[in-house]
Write a protein of this length. Structure first.
Length: 273
């Protein structure tokens, strides 16, 4: 955790309730335990932002992207926070969100693609151990034609932990040529752990490409056997498989060296599961 804080201290602080971005911000911004934060990126602006939750509290983050604005938002939970994030995107804007839950947490995301050729990518992962309870809710609204979205949520639960994912892709009437994808992939590490997943599509246009899928299962026994035949113990093989599963999401956060520090923190959590 100290490594994460050391990295974030080097970033520009987002201390107020409003962060306005009116150009290309080379240095990332960081907000630690924000109660309320509004991020406004004007047309053509770009930025990278980290939101870190270290306290059990409520948080509301509102994001508004102007035309052709670009934003990378990474949200990390190390405490049981309740967070709501809403994103409104104008034409040709690009937004990539990465959310990582390393403790009990409840995160809700609402994405609205309001301008043609807007694009959103959301990758999330939660690691739930003991009696922890992780929740991810997502609503992606394709409100106009010619927009793209891709969401992929991964979960790992051990002990008596519970994980939940509820996702909805909404395609408005006349939002033609929508391209929307949603996936939920989950691994159970014990017989008492539980993960529920509910990907949903609500489509009112006829010229669309939409897909969704969900799996909840055990670890890949063949992959573990393969690694054990090459000299790894079962515990090492299991850890490497989970690290690869989680790292696929964490590695896309786009803010170095933060990605590596988050992965190290996740590896410590995996050791405990």
């Amino acid at each position: 955790m100290e490594a994460i804080l050391d990295i974030i201290r080097r970033f520009r602080p987002a201390d107020g309730e409003v962060l306005r971005i009116d150009g290309a911000a080379a240095e990332p911004f960081a907000a630690v335990d924000p109660r309320k934060l509004r991020i406004e990126a004007v047309a053509g602006a770009s930025a990278r932002i980290v939101v870190l939750h270290t306290a059990a509290d409520m948080s509301v983050v509102e994001v508004e992207l102007g035309e052709e604005a670009q934003l990378e938002l990474t949200e990390l939970f190390t405490a049981e926070a309740f967070a709501e994030v809403s994103v409104k995107q104008a034409a040709r804007s690009r937004c990539r969100l990465t959310t990582v839950q390393l403790s009990s947490a409840n995160a809700s995301y609402r994405i609205d693609l309001d301008g043609a050729d807007a694009e959103n990518e959301l990758g999330g992962v939660f690691l739930a151990a003991g009696n922890e309870h992780c929740v991810v809710k997502l609503r992606t609204g394709h409100n106009v034609a010619d927009c793209r979205s891709n969401s992929y949520i991964k979960g790992v639960a051990g002990g008596q932990a519970v994980g939940e994912f509820c996702g909805l892709v909404y395609v408005a009437p006349d939002a033609q040529r929508t391209d929307a994808r949603q996936q939920s992939r989950n691994i159970l590490l014990s017989e008492t752990a539980r993960i529920t997943t509910q990907p949903q599509l609500e489509i009112y246009a006829d010229d669309v490409k939409c897909s969704h899928g969900a799996t909840v299962g055990q670890m890949d026994a063949d992959a573990i056997l393969y690694m054990r035949q090459r000299g790894l113990s079962e515990a090492q093989a299991r850890r490497l498989q989970i690290e690869g599963f989680v790292g696929d999401v964490v590695g896309r956060c786009g803010i170095e060296p933060l990605c590596g520090a988050i992965m190290e923190l996740a590896s410590v959590k995996i050791e405990e599961m």
